[in-house]
Unconditional design. Structure first.
Ligand code: ZN
Ligand code: ZN
Length: 228
């Protein structure tokens, strides 16, 4: 009987996270914990590993075999938007408000400056040039603010995605070192046979071959008449 069956035979069998039994989902023993904390649902463990951003058991420190992947784009943006943790959207409402207010103001001011610059250029060089420079500074300042703000929130979203990747558990039952079966006698024999296959039988002493044959080495291909 393996270790999983031993655990299943315990009177109280439940998931150590949600405390539900194995009727809705199979209980697994993915780490070296035993007793009442030895069993867990796959879904509960994957949620915990996703939330904790960890790849090992928090009790026995067993390293799980897992695979991580990003959430779907829309789902990750929505969950990042709703996140209240430090990796959530910091100050994005204020930035959106500024975007709504500043964008039309900047467009209107740039347009007026451009029209004024073209008009004043006919009257004098410096008036028109000053307005062109003012127009350029308006566009440059707005663009700089826009790029810095977008980059800040993009980095915040990517950090959130990296910390909240979906975790898939690859190995659901722990690998015990003593689960490896000991070498059987047949395996040992076959290994010796393979080893002796490297020898050229014709070069072996017949008495040595007879000696080995008594201990079970198959030298059937040797001509028996050469031994006598
Ligand atoms: Zn559970
Ligand atoms: Zn454990």
């Amino acid at each position: 009987m393996n270790s999983t069956s031993d655990k299943q035979s315990l009177k109280s069998i439940y998931c150590r996270i949600c405390h539900e039994d194995g009727n809705t989902e199979e209980l697994i023993d993915p780490c070296e914990c035993s007793g009442t904390v030895g069993l867990i649902h796959t879904g509960c463990l994957e949620k915990w590993l996703t939330t904790s951003n960890s790849a090992q058991c928090e009790i026995c420190k067993y390293a799980f075999s897992i695979k991580k992947k990003d959430k779907p784009l829309t789902q990750s943006i929505w969950q990042w938007w709703l996140s209240t943790s430090g990796n959530g959207p910091q100050g994005i409402c204020g930035d959106l408000f500024c975007f709504v207010i500043l964008t039309p103001l900047c467009v209107a001011a740039t347009y007026l400056c451009a029209v004024g610059a073209s008009t004043y250029t006919r009257n004098g060089f410096w008036e028109g040039t000053g307005l062109f420079i003012l127009c350029f500074m308006l566009v440059a300042t707005y663009s700089l603010w826009f790029i810095v703000t977008i980059r800040f929130h993009y980095k915040s979203w990517r950090d959130w995605c990296n910390r909240n990747q979906d975790v898939k558990l690859l190995v659901k039952h722990r690998v015990m070192t003593n689960d490896v079966p000991p070498e059987s006698e047949n395996n040992t024999t076959s290994r010796h046979v393979n080893m002796m296959d490297h020898y050229d039988n014709s070069t072996l002493n017949p008495f040595f071959i007879r000696f080995l044959t008594r201990f079970g080495y198959p030298f059937h291909e040797i001509n028996q008449t050469t031994w006598v």
